[in-house]
Design a binder for this molecule. Structure first.
Ligand SMILES: Nc1ncnc2c1ncn2[C@@H]1O[C@H](COP(=O)(O)OP(=O)(O)OP(=O)(O)O)[C@@H](O)[C@H]1O
Ligand SMILES: [Mg+2]
Length: 441
């Protein structure tokens, strides 16, 4: 259609007119190419032509910060809900003097929690050191870097009125260049006085090296034996905790596992309240309800849907986000997630027998909202509202063997299952919620 209109206009133009020369002051640019809305200097000035409404531009600029779904919250100001987990975390560190494994699903808010913990612990004069682990993390490098950030002034043998040189030195100066031994490291950390140190190992479950994880268990054991003033906080999945205790069973009494479960409605609503305050946007009551229902306790999904929907409202030059914005945003998110699934999983999902079992798979997705993502046949039966637990159990077994969508976990109370593919449960949950939203349109 556009092609047809353009041709008509060109046909109507007089042919003999010379082409206008581009002026130096106003360089010619393709009029319809997308352009940045806000200058990199964060000035709102007159940079973007667009609708010329300062409020819209200000909202868009603020939105990128207020609801960025891929960035953890790093300060208490932006942190919503979760007071109970933070309280339990502080009690574990301050009263039980324990080491902590904070575990929960991807995107549930572990990194945000440890950042906010670090902030409040620093206010209480703790020395808090943060380290993010990757698949390639090495024990030596990580702990040498921690030692480098502990001033030698906190060493029991260094008098406080010492010379300038000691002010510049750190615990790393007492560590040799070779491989770090967890026992020697615990001896060294056992000499810390005058402060307490919290070492945060975020994304601990991503570490591939078993040696690293074994060393961490050994370190926790030795720090506990020496009642050292150093405590570790690890974030990961439930299996991280089980494995640590497996390496060194005696650490069980010094290691507290804290689950981070789904965020409650009030917490999720607070995320949207804060976004409204920061951007000047309003989420209409229907839009809000739709986001909370679809997010099902995931702060990540609240932010993702919230920012998509708000972006669509701003594109339409509105400051009020509607339910339709949320629906369209969720649809876009779903198709991206679908495209991101491994091919083999996409093929499994397309099988007719899987399509027929979709309602049970969706019930399983809902039942998987536990901190370790696992569920039993009874949990799924409760979600699906069926009394045929035997039939359901057989179906779940098939999903753990013939149609490999689940992994099977043996427990004392019978088998439990977990989705094998990261993000699949969330995708199924969101698509079911979207279908319900569309049905009630
Ligand atoms: N308490 C909170 N208040 C506001 N936003 C939050 C909160 N907790 C998490 N979020 C948001 O949810 C998203 C995921 O959070 P975060 O990165 O902390 O989760 P995670 O559990 O560390 O994820 P991963 O398992 O991928 O490491 C981020 O966009 C973050 O800003
Ligand atoms: Mg994280």
């Amino acid at each position: 259609m556009i092609f047809g209109r353009d041709r008509q206009r060109r046909d109507a133009e007089p042919t003999a007119r010379p082409a206008p020369r581009p002026s130096l002051e106003t360089p010619r640019r393709a009029p319809r190419l997308p352009r940045f809305a806000v200058a990199a200097t964060d000035e709102l000035g007159d940079f973007a032509p667009g609708p010329g409404v300062g409020d819209l531009r200000r909202a868009r600029l603020a939105l990128a910060e207020a609801l960025a779904p891929s960035q953890p919250v790093t300060s208490a100001e932006r942190f919503a809900g979760r007071a109970d987990v933070l309280e339990a975390l502080i009690a574990a560190l301050e009263q039980a003097r324990a080491h902590v494994v904070l575990y929960g699903e991807r995107g549930i808010g572990k990194t945000s929690l440890v950042h906010v913990l670090a902030e409040t612990a620093r206010e209480a004069r703790y020395l808090v050191l943060y380290g993010s682990c990757g698949a390639e993390a090495r024990f030596d490098e990580m702990f040498r870097s921690f030692a480098q950030r502990i001033p030698l002034l906190y060493h029991a043998d260094i008098p406080p009125t010492t010379d300038e040189e000691a002010h510049r030195q750190t615990f790393a100066d007492l560590v040799g260049p070779g491989a770090l031994d967890p026992r020697e490291l615990a001896d060294l950390f056992g000499r810390i006085v005058g402060t307490r140190v919290i070492l945060i190992l975020d994304e601990y479950d991503r570490v591939l090296d078993v040696g690293f994880r074994r060393n961490v268990a050994e370190l926790i054991k030795n720090l506990s034996d020496r009642a050292a003033r150093v405590q570790l906080v690890l974030t990961g999945v439930a299996a991280s905790l089980e494995e640590l205790v497996g390496f060194a069973p005696s650490i069980r009494r010094n290691l507290i596992g804290l689950p981070v479960g789904p965020m409650d409605e009030a917490g999720m609503a607070e995320i949207l309240d804060r976004a409204e305050a920061a951007t000047g946007l309003t989420f209409g009551p229907d839009a809000r309800a739709a986001i909370l229902r679809m997010a099902a306790g995931s702060p990540y999904v609240v932010r993702l849907l919230g920012s998509r929907a708000a972006g669509l409202a701003l594109d339409a030059e509105r400051l009020v986000v509607t339910r339709e914005d949320v629906r369209a945003g969720a649809e876009a998110v779903l198709s991206e997630w679908n495209a991101g699934l491994p091919r083999a999983v996409q093929r499994l999902l397309d099988r007719p027998e899987v399509q027929r079992a979709l309602p049970r798979l969706i019930a399983a997705a809902r039942a998987s909202g536990t901190p370790d993502g696992s569920f039993s046949a009874d949990d799924v039966a409760a979600e699906a509202g069926t009394s045929d637990t035997a039939g359901l159990a057989a179906e779940l077994e098939a999903f753990a063997s013939r149609i490999p969508l689940f992994e099977r976990v043996e427990t004392d109370t019978g088998p439990r299952y977990r989705f094998r593919t990261q993000g699949l449960a969330q995708l199924l949950g969101l698509s079911a919620a979207l279908a319900r939203l569309e049905a009630h349109r």
